[in-house]
Design a protein around this ligand. Sequence first.
Ligand code: CTP
Length: 416
Amino acid sequence: MDTIEPTVQGARGDLAGRHIVLGLTGGIACYKSAELCRLLIKQGASVQVVMTEAAERFITAVTMQALSNRPVYGSQWDAREPNNMPHINLSREADAILIAPCSADFMARLVQGRSDELLSLLCLARPAQRVPLLIAPAMNREMWLHPATRRNMAQLAADGAVLLGVGSGEQACGETGDGRMLEPAELVEDLIAQLSPRTLVGQHVLVTAGPTFEAIDPVRGITNLSSGKMGFAIARAAREAGAQVTLVAGPVHLPTPRGVTRVDVRSARELLLAVERHVDAATVFIATAAVADWRPASAAAHKIKKDGSGQVPALAFVENPDVLARVAQSERARSGALYCVGFAAESEDLVAHAQAKRARKGVPLLVGNIGPATFGRDDNQLLLVDAVGVRELPRASKQVLARQLIAEIQARLAAR
Ligand code: CTP
């Protein structure tokens, strides 16, 4: 077997020290559970796989044992447990139980509180206050839409289970629609969020991210080296903390973090419009976007051609709106109903520039970083500048820094 590489932030992943019971029930999506198991381990979790008899028709216990590095459990009569109570032992060790795939039949079993096989038995026996039960349904689209499935889903949610939703698209049966199991990476992101401290519940966080693109003509434009990674990481961290999150993104090729509402924009003016549309609902505004300061005064309707004379075109520029400064001057920001956080991408003299920028933009918290040292990278180091002084967040992955920044913002919100 090949080895599993450590995650970006080093030996410890986002699930380091966590023990997950991964339950498989009967469905073709079991083939994705092998990858899911691998990703959970890559994030530092230990994984105990439990399979129903139907799941073993789709994927073997040998595969899951090899990937999890632990014997798979399948029977409540498993004699390996000295007290002969695998349902108690397995559910007490767990930090979370994730059923993926969860079949329509298994949901019905959970609703009824059935306990005639190990997986439903251990779900029933779990200490519900401490061990969340996450369900990743997978079934044919007609089964998914059936009133019986709808009823069972509602009852499971009422009983305290976390329903993770489904994907949409081509199904193994040849039909197209809702009911596919979510992708393994999506499930891992949801599980990490579920196990995170829920410090921003009730907050609505609006984030801007990425570069802007200012058109010169239909094929050319002015942009910058911002990758959007820091802003996307912040949106993800805010969602993990339980906030409602809207992400206004310039042109970047990054996947939308789970549970985040994304609005794509291109130019600074589009970014301003999107922010104006969403800012009234927000309680926190975090401006990480590298907004172009200037744009061509007018974009040519057609491609500007060389005329052979060697003359270069004369480009005139006008200044773009300063989105952060406008938001920070709004009534809601000044009254404290909206907490504004700015970023500063500098190339030198970070402390002085960041302090001056904080004052100029009129924001309570400004986060400085050295642009050329971070653009496109997965790690960064940040400097927090507020009314009290300056504090450094040392080099780490952008996701780790994003979580630290969210904790810093939460502490400042709580202190008001
Ligand atoms: N910003 C903005 N709208 C702009 C320019 C910047 O919202 N038109 C925001 C950025 O998202 C960031 C902060 O303002 O949060 C600082 O951006 P930065 O580019 O570092 O500073 P500038 O305002 O452009 O100042 P300077 O060019 O002097 O560095």
